[in-house]
Design a protein around this ligand. Structure first.
Ligand code: NDP
Length: 328
């Protein structure tokens, strides 16, 4: 029998956790042949709720689930982890300044980075979902000097998937007809969904749409503000779609992106496309041999350049703020 893959999930008792864990345990993260062991991390007050979720996981009798352990100590939760999904984070509450938010999350992601450094498996791969995801990933990465930086990523796959559906609806095609969508920058309202390189039935997304007003007034803001629209409609933030995107991100990272297509992920910049080295920013990426690589050589016109730069500027400001707070 295969050795189970250790998957650590933080914030396991939260909304996204509830939508995520059953899919991991059923084999949708790593494929139908790979057994998994779940290691759940929660804050002490939420351990009981995590235990309830674990009871439900037990009650599913998933053939691929070889065990569940629950912790409130990151050192234990990341011990032997092959994959880490960092979902738990400190949400922005009313009246909270950005500095307070970054500081509160520094208190979470610094010790988690240290725990990953100390005890995770050599092949550890980290996906940060908890917001502000890019900068939380940067904080964790900075405290894991023995882990290759490229193993720390943040999620823009939900933005990517949202962009695919919005474009497909506009064109009256299906999402499978669209390849090479790209999200650039920060997972925030400044993100830039790029349809200039997207391919739709032999042309580009931008040419197929041929409507600059729709692009700037509808498509870009709809994708960037979709989270708020869901809260408005559901009375709760997106959870199943965020969990779905986390599954997609890790699945493709481990098992590869399809030939002739790419996806979007926030990965450590190597300086490509003028994004300062070391920032964790979203790029078009392919996954080969278990590594995400930035797609090279795309032409960036002035329209795209301006928007990529604006989102990257925000990431630089977040990085400078956490630096000033002594968090990296
Ligand atoms: P959710 O499970 O709904 O969300 C978790 C995080 O994911 C938030 O930071 C949220 O950001 C973020 N997120 C990223 N993308 C999306 C998206 N597209 N839609 C919605 N959320 C997104 O939060 P809950 O409050 O239900 O649960 C959080 C859990 O984490 C709690 O059980 C808490 O106890 C736990 N926690 C655990 C920690 C740990 O393990 N050490 C530390 C801190 C919390 P945003 O707020 O911007 O929506």
């Amino acid at each position: 029998a295969q050795v189970p893959v250790n998957v650590t999930v933080t914030g396991a008792a939260g909304q996204i956790g509830y939508a995520l864990l059953f899919r991991i345990a059923s084999g949708q993260l790593l494929g139908a042949d790979t057994p998994v062991k779940l290691r759940l991390l929660e804050i002490p007050q939420a351990v009981k709720a995590a235990e309830g979720t674990a009871m439900e996981l037990d009650d599913c009798a998933f053939p691929l689930l070889s065990g569940i352990d629950i912790f409130d100590d990151p050192r234990q939760a990341f011990e032997g982890a092959n994959i880490a999904l960092l979902v738990g984070a400190r949400p922005r509450t009313k009246g909270m300044e950005r500095g307070d938010l970054l500081e509160a999350n520094g208190g979470i992601f610094k010790p988690q980075g240290q725990a990953i450094n100390a005890g995770a498996a050599d092949d550890i791969r980290v996906l940060v979902v908890g917001n502000p995801a890019n900068t939380n990933a940067l904080i964790a990465q900075a405290h894991a000097p023995d882990v290759p930086a490229e193993r720390f990523t943040a999620m823009t796959r939900l933005d990517h998937n949202r962009a695919l559906t919005q474009l497909a609806k506009k064109l009256g095609v299906t999402v499978s007809d669209i390849k090479k969508m790209t999200i650039w920058g920060n997972h925030s309202a400044t993100q830039y969904p790029d349809i200039f390189h997207a391919e739709v039935n032999g042309t580009t997304g931008a040419k197929a749409v041929d409507d600059q007003t729709w692009l700037t007034e509808e498509f870009i803001p709809t994708v960037a503000k979709r989270g708020a629209a869901i809260i408005e409609a559901r009375g709760a933030s997106s959870a199943a779609s965020a969990a779905n995107a986390a599954i997609d991100h890790v699945h493709d990272w481990v098992l590869g992106t399809p030939e002739g297509d790419w996806t979007s992920a926030a990965v450590v910049s190597d300086g490509s496309y003028g994004v300062p080295e070391g920032l964790i920013s979203s790029f078009p990426v392919v996954s080969r041999d278990g590594r995400y690589e930035i797609v090279q050589g795309l032409e960036i016109d002035d329209f795209s350049r301006e928007r990529i730069d604006a989102s990257v500027k925000e990431l630089v400001e977040e990085r400078d703020a956490v630096k000033q707070l002594g968090l990296i």
